[in-house]
Write a protein that binds this ligand. Structure first.
Ligand SMILES: [Zn+2]
Length: 183
């Protein structure tokens, strides 16, 4: 049986197999990921034009609310290297999250080949890039936690792996959790 998929961006509806619910196809009109609606194609066909419009409005509304919730959680995400937040309780553990950034060849310029240079003028360039890399890795970790339904990350920790040819990987790791204010 085929089910209806909906695009909240451009209002497109189409049908596909139910097993696509977890990995929905892209909208053929605008390219955004379609939403699975749970309404079968037969059901959909039996509806009047007005009923269809009402349903589409409902789908769009719940999509907007979900989007708002995701944005709020992403913006207000809390991070700690510890395992709790003062004044909050952890209501669920959502799994391990990580974000990784690889700084490619040349992240240290050639002039940094000698140690004296490294601790001289180049060290500033190096630390700027490391700070940037840590921020990017953290940002990826935040995205992952948000998608898992979290609003905070505990046990945040950074790992550095060096490779030959001046390459270094920075990874941020932690456990995504959902926290609530203790009243
Ligand atoms: Zn679309």
């Amino acid at each position: 049986m085929r089910y209806i998929f909906y695009c909240p961006n451009c209002d497109f509806t189409g049908s596909d197999e139910q097993n696509k619910a977890n990995n929905p196809p892209k909208c053929p009109q605008c390219g955004k990921i379609l939403n699975y609606t749970g309404v079968s194609q037969d059901d959909w066909r039996s509806k009047t034009k007005e009923e269809k419009t009402l349903l589409k409005d409902k789908w769009k509304q719940s999509h907007l609310e979900l989007q708002k919730d995701i944005n709020n959680r992403r913006i207000n995400h809390m991070l700690t290297s510890g395992y709790n937040f003062e004044g909050y309780k952890i209501v669920s553990y959502n799994g391990i999250v990580s974000g990784e950034v690889v700084l490619g060849t040349g992240f240290l310029s050639e002039s940094s080949a000698s140690l004296s240079d490294f601790f001289g003028t180049v060290s500033e360039e190096f630390s700027t890039k490391m700070v940037k890399a840590k921020e990017m890795a953290t940002s990826k970790m935040l995205d992952s936690s948000t998608l898992k339904g979290g609003n905070a990350i505990i046990g945040v920790d950074f790992d550095y792996t060096t490779f030959k040819n001046n390459m270094i990987a920075v990874s941020a790791n932690g456990t995504s959790v959902t926290i609530e204010k203790v009243l």
